[in-house]
Design a binder for this molecule. Structure first.
Ligand SMILES: [Zn+2]
Length: 365
């Protein structure tokens, strides 16, 4: 299959309307046509049309238009090869492999799967790690559901595991699970609880490691890789998807916080990996038809600042934003209180304030 054939195959398999609707709320506009607010210019009445049969989009306002590839390139800021790679993977279309190109995404995904198996096995064998998770109030069910693991305090545990499975140290480095110094490879995550970070399709694309001892930083993320861009993923998003469709999202800062809230029955919780909610993350929420976003960031100054950043987004105008003032320092702590769920839920409406995107100040609780 050459590139032109691959492009045709991808267009046959993916629906333009479905891809566009991840970014734009589309309404029917007669026979196989859909319309919505143009994502490429500011407007209040829809002049952006998608023709599903022809596989084309067109905006009568700013004249943007083209096919599936043109849309993805423009909205994601990708060049054609990058858009091709991404769409081919989503459509399950094999691309002609250029000799000498770096590992493709599929191979990197496999490296991460191997790493995940290693971390989970190590957790099962570590009383220290299991004890720590218990002390944070996480149930075994939550630990299994979110795939938590443990990276032992060794420099070459994962390295050895990968090499045994035919993965070169260079591949491990590229996948973000190994590090390298002066030509020597070693495990990036050591003596840490590992959280797999998944993309919107539920595939592991990175890890965050939480220090078990005094190691710094307390939370260590995989570096950005061809698979992983921090601003494009939300922790717990695959697990929250079904609940998000009910229209509400709770956004927290911490990974433990997200799991804690899921465990308490708030299955619509996701966590950002860093500060604030990015444009890309907001789009993920939008694609599940989320209308209300409750920011339950830490009560400290940094948390409030991160929450404020979220409102600088263009996307913010599409949601109703609420700031949730927490009764404790961070949501994870609620898990350790017997009446935690009640304490989170009860003051919910009272403590949540509509947060106008025009005002830069958080509302007072
Ligand atoms: Zn337009």
């Amino acid at each position: 299959m050459d590139t032109a054939q691959a492009v045709e195959a991808i267009k046959r398999r993916l629906s333009l309307k479905e891809v566009v609707s991840r970014y734009v709320a589309l309404k029917p506009a007669g026979r196989g046509r859909w319309k919505g607010l143009c994502p490429f210019h500011q407007e209040k009445t829809p002049s952006f049309y998608v023709d599903e049969e022809k596989g084309l989009f067109h905006c009568f306002g700013c004249k943007a238009g083209g096919d599936l590839f043109a849309f993805v390139e423009r909205i994601e800021g990708l060049d054609f090869p990058a858009a091709l790679e991404r769409l081919a993977e989503e459509a399950g279309v094999e691309l002609p492999q250029k000799p000498g190109t770096p590992q493709n995404r599929k191979e990197l995904l496999e490296v991460l799967r191997l790493a995940q198996a290693y971390f989970q096995e190590a957790l099962a064998a570590s009383e220290e790690a299991k004890g720590y998770l218990q002390s944070r109030g996480l149930s075994e069910e939550s630990v299994a559901r979110f795939g938590l693991g443990y990276a032992p305090a060794k420099a070459d545990g994962l390295l050895t595991h990968l090499v045994r499975h035919g993965v070169s140290p260079e591949e491990g480095l590229k996948a973000g699970v190994l590090a390298e110094k002066e030509g020597r490879f070693f495990d990036r995550f050591r003596h840490r609880i590992t959280f797999p970070i998944k993309d919107h399709l539920g595939r592991i694309v990175a890890f965050t490691g939480r220090a078990l001892g005094e190691e710094t930083p307390k939370y260590l993320n995989s570096p950005e890789t061809p698979l992983f861009r921090k601003r494009e993923v939300l922790f717990a998003y695959p697990e929250a998807k079904a609940r998000l469709r009910e229209g509400r999202a709770i956004v927290v800062e911490g990974l433990f916080d997200a799991i804690a809230l899921h465990q308490m029955g708030f299955g619509e919780t996701v966590a950002v990996l860093g500060s604030g909610l990015s444009e890309e993350q907001a789009r993920l929420l939008k694609s599940q038809e989320v209308r209300e976003v409750y920011l339950a960031f830490d009560a400290d100054e940094a948390g409030q600042k991160a929450a404020l950043q979220s409102l600088d987004l263009e996307m913010a105008r599409q949601f109703l934003f609420y700031a949730v003032r927490l009764p404790v320092k961070d949501p994870g702590e609620l898990l350790l209180l017997e009446d935690g769920p009640a304490r989170f839920q009860k003051p919910w409406k009272r403590r949540s304030r509509r947060w106008s995107s025009a005002s830069r100040r958080p509302p007072r609780a």
